[in-house]
Each structure stands twice: as C-alpha cells, then as structure tokens.
Ligand binder design. Structure first.
Ligand code: NAP
Length: 318
C-alpha cells in the first residue's frame, strides 16, 4: 500500500535489533507482515558486548552473544524481514500512519514496535572508556570468568552491584564493593547476602576518581567523600554496576515512560506490549528495568509482534 505522495505504508517497522526486536521480526515476518527492521549502527543489542551465553534455552553448550544474535537475524531474514543498518533519527508516531526517519529518508507504517533496549550507565571517566574490555566491564556474567583468582571491584550500591559482586566471588580472589554513600540502595536480602560473603569487602562513602593502568586495568584511585582522603586500590577488574538508561531519547517524550525513562506498557493481559499511542508497541529492556534477560526480552518481542498483528487485523493489514 502507498499513500498519496507515493511513500510505501508498511504494516510494521521495528526499531532496534536485540533479542526483543529480532524476535518481533521473526514473528511478524512469519505472519506475512513484511517487517522493516531499522537495526541501528550497533545492531544486535547488549548481547553483542558479551562473550559466552549459557542461559539461553536451546544451546546446552552455550553460545557466543554475537553468534546468537546472528542466528536471530538470519532466522528473521529467512522469513523476509528487511533490514536497514542505520539509526532512526526522528519519529512521528501520531495518527494512523506512523513516520520514521533515517536521516532524510522517511518510512511509514501502520504499527511501530519499539525495541531500542537500555544501555549500561558509566562513571564518565576517560580511562574507564579507554580500558573498557581490558579490565573494565559492565557485565559480570559475561566477563567474570576472566578474573579467576584476581582481586576486582564492583562500583554501585544497588541490587545489580550486590548480585554481580556475589556472582563474581565464584572467580575472583576478592571483591570490593565501592559505593558513594553509607546506605545501600539494594534490597535487604541482596545486601545481606553480599555482606555475609567472606570474599566481599565494602568500601563505603567512596567514589572512584580514576581507573589506573596503561594496557589493562591495574587499579582504581578512590576518594572518601567524608574525609577527602585519596587512596589507590590494586584490582585487575572494575565492574561498573550503577544502573541502566533506557534508550528512549529518540521519542522525545511522545511515548509515556516511568520516572526513569522506561516505556510504560499496558496492564491489559491481552495487549500487554501496547504503549499509550495506538499502534505503537514496546518490548525488551526499553520497557523492562527488572528482568533484563535475553530470554525475557525475546518473549516480550513475541508478545509485541502478536499485539501488532491483532491491531492490524482490526485496522486492516496491507
Ligand atoms: P539502581 O537500583 O538504580 O542502583 C544504582 C546504584 O548505583 C545506586 O546505589 C547508586 O547510588 C549508584 N550510582 C548511580 N550513579 C552513580 C555514579 N555516577 N557514581 C557512583 N555510583 C552511582 O540500579 P540497579 O542496581 O542496576 O537496579 C536496577 C533495578 O533492577 C532495580 O529495580 C533493582 O531492584 C533491579 N534488580 C533486581 C535484581 C534482583 O532482584 N535479582 C538484580 C539486579 C537488579 P545511590 O544509591 O547513591 O543513588
């Protein structure tokens, strides 16, 4: 179908290409909805930054994150999903025909599935970025294995920091949790578990001022915010666990989010991925601050595809 100015109006455009977006692509492609996936320059989502994935069902010996995403993508392509490897630059989601721009190119569709994911927050230190992947990590489950019998630190005081620190004690000789204030944000049960672990030591009221090391991480420079005392701590790994930011900037407030920016989806059991805008659905980490697993993202991608399909049945698919 084309509109009056000749632009093709598609059934669905999927923005983002992690497990959620690609599962939505597989389902909508198999449903003959000819999805267009605007996958982004950094296609594949957070699993592209991981190594071995051992908890994705169906791969009993584990699979590398990028290989898993390649399988997802190939499966969607096999059923006819089309891909653009660029970032969406602007959207207009009002009305029955949604408009999505990639630079000057305009694409139109009756439904849009948002699966732009979330990105790990960083401390913002120059050496943190420089040594990313060389001792600095945002994913304990991905990189913990590399720190067998080595001292490491986890930055943050939330549930993620507690969980990652506890997990990392399987490998590391010692895990320091560095938190910027005295009180933890983590839930009592997670905090208590970390506190009871003999390999974990808390360094509170303390911020990381720098990550030290030329080629690989050799330590961190710390500052006690109460006393102003500056010190160095020798560690081989720095795991930054200070939360995630959902990638919703693009939507400029047009889609309803919670206070942290995560897209709010419907509580209607039969239309769970619906956003506040009719015809716009959300799935994956962009709407899930809690579970954040590849498999839960994939499941929600399926939900979004089925919800979009039902919407199109009611509003006339092409
Ligand atoms: P979070 O709850 O937002 O905690 C972030 C932590 O990082 C806070 O302690 C915060 O300090 C600290 N922080 C933030 N910015 C910082 C900065 N620039 N420098 C130093 N420290 C900084 O994030 P999260 O731990 O990732 O958890 C997110 C959500 O997922 C939560 O709802 C959590 O309960 C959930 N979650 C649940 C589980 C589980 O139940 N198994 C596991 C992981 C996560 P302040 O406290 O001072 O703000």
């Amino acid at each position: 179908m084309s509109n009056t100015n000749g632009t093709e109006v598609r059934n669905t455009i999927i923005v983002g290409s992690g497990p959620a977006g690609l599962t939505a692509a597989i389902y909508t492609a198999r449903g003959n909805l000819d999805p267009l996936v605007i996958e982004g320059y950094q296609a594949g989502g957070q699993l592209m930054l991981t190594t071995e994935v051992e908890n994705f069902p169906g791969f009993k010996d584990g699979i590398m994150g990028p290989d898993l995403m390649q399988e997802f993508r190939a499966q969607a392509e096999r059923f006819g999903a089309e891909f653009i490897t660029k970032n969406v630059t602007k959207v207009d989601l009002d009305g029955d025909i949604k408009k999505v721009w990639v630079d000057d190119e305009e694409y139109q569709a009756k439904t849009v599935i948002v699966s732009t994911g979330a990105s790990a927050n960083l401390l913002g230190l120059e050496n943190e970025s420089r040594l990313m992947g060389r001792g600095v990590s945002t994913c304990a489950t991905c990189d913990g294995f590399f720190f067998r019998d080595k001292p490491i630190c986890v930055v943050g005081g939330g549930d993620s920091a507690m969980e990652e620190a506890t997990f990392l004690t399987r490998f590391a000789s010692k895990v320091y949790i560095i938190h910027r204030r005295q009180g933890l944000r983590a839930s009592k049960i997670m905090a208590e578990r970390a506190e009871a672990n003999p390999k974990i030591e808390f360094i509170l009221d303390t911020v990381v001022e720098d990550v030290l090391g030329e080629e690989i991480v050799e330590g961190v420079k710390l500052k006690n915010v109460q006393t102003g005392e500056v010190s160095e701590l020798k560690v081989d790994g720095v795991f930054v666990a200070i939360g995630h930011t959902p990638n919703t900037k693009l939507f400029n407030g047009s889609i309803e989010t919670d206070d942290s920016g995560y897209i709010l989806t419907s509580t209607d059991r039969n239309n769970r991925s619906a956003t506040n805008i009719p015809g716009v659905f959300a799935c994956g980490d962009v709407q899930d601050s809690h579970y954040r697993q590849a498999i839960t993202a994939a499941g929600s991608g399926c939900t979004a595809a089925l919800d979009a399909e039902h919407y199109l049945e009611e509003h006339g698919a092409n």
